[in-house]
Ligand binder design. Sequence first.
Ligand code: MRU
Length: 360
Amino acid sequence: MRVAVPHPAPLSGTTYSPVELAPGNDRVVMLDQRELPQREEYCELVTHGDVARAIGDMVVRGAPAIGISAAYGMVLAARTASGEFSRAMAEAGAEIAVARPTAVNLAWAVARMLEVVAGIAGRPAAERVEVLAAAARAIHRADADANREMGRIGAERVPDGATILTHCNAGALATGAYGTALGVIRAAHAAGKRIRVLADETRPYLQGARLTAWELARDGIDVTVITDNAAASFFGAGAIDLAVVGADRIAGNGDVANKIGTYGVACLCHLHERPFYVAAPWSTVDEDCPTGASIPIEQRSPREVTHVGSVQLVPDGVAVQNPSFDVTPARLVRAIFTERGAIEPVGPAAVARRSPRHGR
Ligand code: MRU
């Protein structure tokens, strides 16, 4: 169902969240990111199946935001669970977790919620919903807090006067609030640094042109959209000082999966001796995935490439491939900013050093 209510929070990336659980714990409200920047519309979702579909259809996108949505989807599942509670919840979790394969935050959030489920199976139904809603809101709050912390850590590496390239949208729209890569940018801006952002438009889905430009412009941060294939010439002209991007999954050796085109940005940084930074919460680190080669890459519909809106660009019958993510090898990443500190030099030892499994 579509509702045209304005979001109660101010539309600033510093506080803004693209997904909320309604106060009665009976609906998930999502900003429909497919409509931006033309329209600001919200979807109301009442079942966990609605949430899984909304994730698959990109109503909500961005690794942390889909993780938070998954957690809220599990609350809706608890409201309608019939039969054996733990089994019903495991089935709902499995349905949500497969909605998009690359962002590990989705499976991570479902696993967190199932841990809570394991402790409340014998409680009355209404109480189970309350407990799960509190757990999901805590995941949401923790993500917003993590972004502020990694933003603070990353902003220290941003020189005054820097021109920063970013790819895709790793902002408030993609997270619980504030953003990861855009959190670094927001924190540098808030610290009084005069920065300029170049946003890759990010073919084929145009998250940079539609979403990054939308939220940075609303926050009064100097942003210029460039086509993806213009980035090399800006580097060649010495016009870019650093790049910062988000991540969908970080392997145990520090390889980073992120939006298709990110690897190219990292190669350009390497060639032009500019730092390439990644900002991501620990929920994006998958220590069970040894290298980037084991990260599943989502293949999306060819239609995202063949069409822009209803306009067809590619002749009928021509083959198209649309991998949605690529993997940047750890050696091209100068540092990964997390809420647990910077991972640097990027590699298995530094990942393990920051890991909660191994202590700080
Ligand atoms: O396909 P999307 O829009 O979900 O891809 C999003 C990205 O690649 C982001 O850079 C990543 O999820 C990090 S968001 C903080």
